[in-house]
Structures are given as structure tokens and as C-alpha cells.
Design a protein around this ligand. Sequence first.
Ligand SMILES: [Fe+2]
Length: 362
Amino acid sequence: MTETSPTTTDTKGLPEKLESLKEAAAKYLPESKEELAVFIRELKECIRIRAAEGINPSAYLDLIKGIIEHLSAYIGINFVSDYQKIEITDTITFYSFQLPGGGNLNIFDTPEGKLVLDTGYGCFFEDCQEMTDNLGLGDFSDVKKVICTHADVDHCGAAGYFEALPLMHQVTKAILDAGTRGYGSPNGKELLEKVYTIVINTISGLKMPDSVILTGTEPLAHRGLFPVIGYVTFSGMNFEIWESLGGHIAGQLLLFEPDLGILFTSDAFINFKTLSKERASYCSIADSMIGSVNVNSETARTERQELVRLAAEFEKELREKGKELLICCGHGAVCRLEGGNLVPAGEILRYRASDFRDKKEQ
Ligand SMILES: [Fe+2]
């Protein structure tokens, strides 16, 4: 993603800006003086690093303020989500919700209950549950399986609110325990990754259960460059679990249902064209704070190319059987391939919490 911040390194007015940010972030800051001092020291070091890379120090602080303002603006009555509703079989309906900030919440509504693939931020959990209830698919009490594709909290941040323990890669668990998305991927940006992780995990209300279910790690088969490290079976669906190569973040999982033709690429492949301007701009905050959201950009490029190649291959095979491939990226609309282009699958609908609350109050 491109960085849109100014490129001067002027530090004039920085102390005032830091004070104003402290005020906006008061409820998120560590209570102990020692912890706060460490955080401020590390934050200042990040400001210095990014200033040398062309990000204005006060613009860096504005990025953090931007996260606080963006997420707070959509909690509760102002919650909105774009979504697609796709009939997968006679009995299974797939919903992909593009939440106001961060990754998609994917839900398979089946006769055996719900399967949730990526949870969105913790701060939106209540709003998401109210949304599914309002849309007629009930609350989350029948969620039987939760899968977290990776450790970024826009994908796993609400995992601790579900009764079902989340399934994730052991490296994802280790990243969450370490408190930095840079864990396991030394790239010279360790402090930038750590401070970004602390900021986003805290502001977005990460809630993780003490125990999780771990996937296997041994390759059982291969799909192109990706090892298949396990399988998830639910209500007649059989997903292969692939291990990414670690370009976006270590331990990222991709999922593929070969018979139904559903490919979840998580953040290894994102169709930016289907992102609203506002979502794209929110996504760019992480890029601007760290330099890149991919811990290894070259590997990320290889993964994208391989996914595009595999998608074209799967699409061809499925067409021969009269089926189509659904491509579900970590962010943006669920798409089909049409003439080599990604085209949103079906109508993109909009949910507004206010529409339903108004009705209830009448
Ligand atoms: Fe993401």
C-alpha cells in the first residue's frame, strides 16, 4: 500500500501532540508508571525510526489517533458492515462481513451450527452478534467452530468471546503470547512491529482465551508451494488447511474446500479493488506505522503469485464440473473469476445497526 503521510521530519509541536494523544488514549495506556515509561520510550524510538524513513513525527502520532477515532466511530449504534450472502448448498449459507475496520468475519450457517472463520476485532464482537441476530441467522450461541487464520487482531481479536476454542497455528499462538507480530520473522523492524501490535491489540480490545486448539504442522500433502497441514470437517464441508509461506505474518493459514470450490486466502492475497476508500485508508495506517504490513515482502509476492496461479487452475477444473471458484480474501468482497478478473460474487448488501435499533424503539 502507498504511504500518504507527509515526508518532513519536523518535530515542532511534538510534545503537545504526544500529550493530546495521551489524552485520547488515556483508557488504553498501561496503568503502571514503569510500563507506561517503557511504552513511551519505545514509541518515541519508533517515531525516530519512521522519521528517518520519511514519516513526519506528528503524522505518526496521528496514525494512532486515527485508529482510536475510526474504531470508536463505529461501535454500537453507528456500527455498519457490508456483506454478501451466498447459498453454498441447500442447507449451508455463507456470509462474509466486511467490518468497519479490519478483516472480514466469515460465517457458515449450517444445520449443525455455525463455523466462524476469522472473528474481527474484539471491540466489535457485540455489534457482530447483534448483526447476525438482526439478519435472521441468530446469535453466536450455536458457533461450534472458530478458526483464526493469523495473529493480526483484525482476524482473531474476538476469539476469546466465543465458547468454542479457536483453531490456529502454533506460531499464531506464539505471536499472540509474545505480543508482537514480528515474532518469528526477524526483518529489522522488530520495534516498529512491537509498538504497532501493542497499539492495535489494546485499542481494538483483543480477547484471547487461555487455551486454543492447534493445527498440525507436518505437511500431509501439497497444493503448489503450500503445504497442507490439516483438514477441518464441518457439516459436510471438508476444508484443507494450508500453511502460508509467512510473507504477511508467520503462521498464517489458508483454507480450501475443493468440492465446493471455496478458497480463503486470508491476507496472503487481497483484492484491493473491492475495498471501500475508507477501508483502504484505514488499512494503510498499519503500513504507514510499520513500513509494510508484510513481514517479508518478497515472500508475500511469491505467495500472491502462487495463489493467482492456483486459483486459475482450480477455476478451470471446477468449470469442467459446472462449478465456480469463490475467492475469499482477508479483506474486501468475496469474488469469482470472470475472464481472469475478480468480480464480486452476488450483491454486496449493507447492514446498519441503527436501522434495527430504530425499529425496536418504535
Ligand atoms: Fe488483515
